[in-house]
Design a protein around this ligand. Structure first.
Ligand code: ADP
Ligand code: 5GP
Length: 205
């Protein structure tokens, strides 16, 4: 019997390295798929439509909101971002682990709707490292960088709702820790299919 996929929610401050950690995980874990969010922000150099994000107009985004197409959505730094509901549910039902890389407000909303999700906060070693990563990425204007840094304290205050905290000091080390979390979560009794015929779903609660 094939088990359902697990839902992993990765968030943390902008520039902490969420995208970098997720890229490593996706390259190494064959049963893990990224949920591609919709966004109204313009693509950055090198970003591909349908792979990094689905880049859509504000009008289309608001129509999707009206049609209840998002598991959660949020306005982040002046742009809209949303997690398409259908793709996430389809992955999970077909046994594929699903990775959401979203901001901390989005993670709070997912926690209400999907308490079975596994919530991982990626933290910087310190504030100045975060600042230098955001600047070093060279993708955002000074105004955008300052907007993103201003959110830091609020994001840190949301840390207690997460199941795990991984400090992204060394990228390989941080990705290895998240991979260990994925492996560990699959060994939980609630997620096992070993001798499944002996147990009902209620036994697993
Ligand atoms: P986020 O997705 O959280 O906004 P990114 O993955 O875009 O962050 O990373 C921001 C910048 O920091 C990028 O230039 C990336 O190459 C760099 N970076 C990520 N992780 C590390 C790390 N552990 N050490 C040094 N630089 C890193
Ligand atoms: P960026 O513009 O740097 O790609 O993303 C800005 C922020 O939006 C990041 O913190 C990123 O994780 C978050 N984000 C990306 N997709 C979604 C989404 O679907 N929902 C929410 N709430 N946040 C998202």
């Amino acid at each position: 019997m094939k088990s359902k996929g697990l839902l992993f929610v990765i968030s943390g401050p902008s520039g902490v390295g969420k995208g970098s950690v997720c890229a490593k995980l996706l390259a190494e874990e064959s049963n893990l798929r990224l949920s591609v969010s919709d966004t109204t922000r313009a693509p950055r150099e090198g970003e591909k439509n349908g792979i990094d994000y689905s880049f859509i107009t504000k009008e289309q985004f608001l129509t999707n909101v009206k049609n209840d197409a998002y598991l959660e959505w949020a306005e982040v730094y002046g742009n809209f971002y949303g997690t398409p509901k259908e793709a996430v549910e389809r992955n999970i039902q077909t046994g594929t682990d699903t990775l959401l890389e979203i901001d901390t407000q989005g993670a709070s909303l997912i926690k209400e709707k999907r308490p079975d999700g596994i919530f991982i906060f990626i933290a910087p070693p310190d504030y100045s490292t975060l600042e230098s990563r955001l600047r070093g990425r060279n993708t955002d204007s000074e105004e955008t960088i300052l907007k993103r840094l201003k959110q830091f304290e609020e994001e840190i205050r949301r840390m207690p709702m997460y199941d795990y905290v991984v400090v992204n000091d060394d990228l390989d080390g941080a990705a290895a820790k998240v991979r260990a979390i994925i492996v560990g979560e699959h060994q939980r009794f609630a997620n096992t299919t070993v001798f499944a015929d002996l147990f009902s779903e209620d036994d697993k609660l």
